[in-house]
Write a protein that binds this ligand. Structure first.
Ligand code: ADP
Length: 640
């Protein structure tokens, strides 16, 4: 039979497995069992709606059969099985992101022992069989097929597949164990006690019974009597087929049996996540609706390199039987990063996605989960702010989008979870902001820019800071929408954009005086406006620029950030939306004096150039586009 070749990347991984210097070879069993368990999950799920499966829940099992004579371990399941093309597809390539990531990290390097430790952190699946075997045979029959498939490989030189006889649906993975070497006694994997210990260690929570023939001594009466009349016994070895795992899924076990660390280890293994989750919620609810839940907030965004999917997802079980993977109806989208399981005996097994949406019990569960997730995040925020900030960096955008969702329906639930920058190294909640406000402060001041540094250095912020007031710096166009369109206020305090809004610092008289001064200087200001071109809608004098000569601000609801967002954003009809730009000049700055003097002395050409320089400086300071950079360069050069 012709040998087929493995795909290049698979070959590489396989190579590593075969020649592995990795010490934790024993995980191969966990990987093979976990595949068997997944295959049973699939067929069991099918059996809920398809009577032709002909198996009840109790019929599913995984058998481990060691055979010292042939030096093989067979792991047998009565799960869904594989067709020939599935066997080729699934066993011929690396299927999962974890393995691929592993491969990428190894690329071009001689693997060191430490690097290889990551094998134990992700599953590497089927290939791990080659860490302990020199030949692997898979005999499988897919549910619905009449024939079986035999797949065989001795390692990197390829594999063969052929049709074969198989009486029952399911899969046998037959591993021929390597000869013992100086470093490793591979033969020990053929020992029943060793296999049993490995199942206990790695696969105890697998929901399906893992069965092995276990020999033990038993005492029999011989029928004869001792001199004192007591019965005579003999001892014989008997073999019994035993279930070696406890089978209770981890989430169904009590806190006294399973520590949080156990749950975290389970999560990392299941999700191929290298980082600890930043929050864990364990629920055992009894009452109107009974359920158990184990939820995790991931410690990082781990994108699946194949699907680009970085979403979390809660898997729904009914009494240990998976009924839906990634049930998106359980919690709202704003918590879409949460991963975990919910198991409720009250849920009907063959529930469909549509039905789920209207399921009352599910809604109650969902609401409770959300409360608990929120509670856990609040606790994290209180007790470990740096960790919360890390969480927010990863998933804060989901919460912000949630505030805007359904016309702000969830904003009150979510707003205390939002944090905002108030300094280069500090983020606070709006509640904290208001608590810190001095008596005299009436508004919540914020500044927007495309980077934190830029927002902080906006000239308009100085006036606010000078008064001892804090500012919130927003760097994402969504932030401003969240504040002004959805939240609107915090504890009765409204939001004030330091660039566009009335800061509320000036008295009525001061405002009047400023207005009059603009009127007095109208001719000059009109001249400036004409000189700087159409981009600027208005030119005015301003006292709030501290020691800066000028500033670019906007009027009306559209800020520069929003304009930029719309220009490159998804909504085509919004691309032409423009902010109304205002050039503010500082009348107490020397630059203004020079400009005014040139204008009064009739040096219009010079005055126009100065106006252009000032307006470009203002644009640069806020990161606005400079229309004609070459002209600006010339103008500045002329100053020398
Ligand atoms: P993973 O399990 O992470 O997808 P594996 O390399 O372990 O990666 O397995 C690849 C695929 O082979 C599985 O996703 C599954 O489709 C198939 N497979 C492996 N073992 C079995 C089995 N015992 N029964 C049915 N399908 C299996």
């Amino acid at each position: 039979m012709a040998k087929k070749q493995f795909k290049a990347e698979s070959k590489r991984l396989l190579d590593l497995m075969i020649n592995s210097i990795y010490t934790n070879k024993e995980i191969f069993l966990r990987e093979i069992i976990s595949n068997a368990s997944d295959a049973i999950d699939k067929l069991c799920y099918l059996s809920l709606t398809d009577d032709s499966v002909g198996l009840n829940r109790d019929d599913f099992r995984i058998d481990i059969i060691p055979d010292k004579t042939s030096r093989t371990i067979t792991v047998r399941d009565n799960g869904i099985g594989m067709t020939m093309s599935e066997a080729e597809q699934n066993l011929g390539i690396i299927a999962k992101s974890g393995s691929l990531q592993f491969k990428n990290e190894m690329e071009g390097e001689t693997p060191e022992k430490e690097d290889l430790s990551i094998i134990g952190q992700f599953g590497v699946g089927f290939y791990s069989a080659f860490m302990v075997s020199d030949e692997v045979t898979v005999i499988t029959r897919k549910f619905g097929e009449t024939e079986g498939v035999r797949w065989n490989s001795k390692g990197t030189d390829g594999y063969t597949v052929s049709v074969c006889e198989k009486d029952t649906v399911g899969t046998d993975v037959i591993m021929h164990i390597k000869e013992d070497s100086d470093e490793e006694i591979y033969g020990s994997y053929l020992e029943v006690w060793k296999l049993k210990a490995l199942v206990k260690k790695y696969s105890d929570y697998v929901r399906w019974p893992i069965k092995m023939d276990i020999e033990h001594q038993e005492r029999f009466e011989t029928g004869e009597k001792n001199d004192d009349g007591s019965p005579k016994y003999e001892y014989k070895m008997v073999t019994e087929n035993e279930t070696v795992n406890s089978m209770v899924p981890i989430w169904q076990r009590s806190k006294s049996e399973v520590t949080d660390d156990d749950c975290i280890a389970w999560y990392k293994e299941k999700n191929r996540d290298r980082k600890d989750p930043c929050a864990l919620v364990r629920i055992n609810a009894e009452g109107a609706v009974s359920y158990k839940a184990m939820l995790f907030v991931p410690g990082e965004q781990n994108e699946n390199v194949f699907t680009g999917d970085n979403k979390g997802g809660i898997t729904l079980y009914s009494n240990g039987v998976m009924i839906m993977e990634k049930c998106d109806k359980l919690v709202h989208e704003y918590f879409d990063f949460v991963k975990g399981v919910v198991d409720s005996p009250d849920l009907s097994l063959n529930i469909s996605r549509e039905l789920l949406q209207h399921d009352r019990q599910l809604r109650i569960i969902g609401q409770n989960l959300e409360k608990r997730i929120k509670g856990e995040l609040e606790k994290l925020m209180r007790e470990d702010r740096p960790k919360y900030e890390e969480f927010f960096k990863n998933f804060g955008v989901s919460l912000k989008a949630g505030v805007c969702d359904e016309y702000g329906r969830y904003k009150d639930f979510l707003k205390d979870l939002l944090i905002f920058w108030t300094a280069e190294d500090k983020q606070i909640t709006l509640k904290e902001y208001v608590e810190n406000m001095p008596e005299s402060q009436k508004k919540i001041y914020y500044a927007t820019a495309d980077s934190l540094k830029r927002a902080i250095s906006l000239p308009q912020c100085e006036e606010v800071r000078r008064r001892g007031y804090e500012l919130i710096y927003l760097t994402n166009p969504l932030d401003e929408v969240v504040l002004t369109d959805y939240l609107r206020e915090q504890d009765g305090k409204v939001f004030c954009n330091v660039v566009t809004d009335d800061l509320g610092f000036e008295t009525d008289e001061e405002k009047k005086a400023a207005e009059e001064r603009n009127i007095e200087n109208k001719e000059l200001l009109d001249f400036v406006k004409e000189s700087v071109g159409e981009r600027i809608a208005k030119v005015k004098l301003s006292d709030r620029l501290s020691n800066r000569p000028c500033a670019l601000t906007t009027e009306g609801g559209i800020s520069l950030e929003m304009e930029r967002y719309f220009r490159y954003g998804p909504a085509e009809n919004m691309r032409d939306v423009r902010a109304t730009r205002v050039l503010e000049l500082n009348p107490s700055h020397r630059a203004f004096e020079v400009l005014r003097d040139a204008y009064s002395a009739g040096e219009k050409d010079k005055a126009a150039k100065l106006a252009k320089i000032l307006s470009t400086l203002a644009a640069l300071a806020v990161g606005d586009e400079v229309e004609d950079p070459a002209e600006f360069a010339d103008l500045v050069a002329e100053l020398f």
